[in-house]
Design a protein. Structure first.
Length: 125
């Protein structure tokens, strides 16, 4: 997946229907739209901003763990743990996960779109 460097963008029109690609490492029904990406996992530097879309009825199968910070905001729809109440009304959800935090698996009964910001923070000395 190609990188989309962080550039100055000022209120650019946004096309919600275009630019989605399959999310690498996930089964069919998970798509990603990269907004900006200079995250370098080898150098442990940079950040990535992206949208992740779950199709209706899809689920992840295992917990995820990574070595960068991650903030997630559910913009549309709902996502719940596998044993969560899928009949609960859609609510806005936010997560802030430090490096090494297991999260998931998750499922979305009717589909959802999430904004994810993933980044490294230099250790405070």
């Amino acid at each position: 997946m190609s990188k989309a460097p962080r550039l100055h963008i000022e209120m650019l029109p946004f096309d919600d229907d275009d630019g989605w690609l399959p999310l690498p490492g996930f089964p069919a029904g998970f798509d990603v739209k990269i907004l900006a990406d200079d995250l370098d996992e080898k150098r442990k530097a940079g950040a990535r901003t992206r949208l992740v879309r779950f199709a209706a009825g899809v689920a992840t199968t295992e917990a995820l763990v990574h070595d960068y910070w991650e903030e997630v905001f559910v913009l549309k729809g709902a996502v719940v743990p596998p044993d969560g109440d899928a009949s609960a009304p859609d609510v806005l959800l936010y997560s802030c996960r430090p490096p090494g935090t297991p999260h998931g698996p998750f499922r979305s009964e009717n589909g959802c779109i999430m904004l994810e910001v993933q980044y490294y923070v230099a250790d405070a000395a």
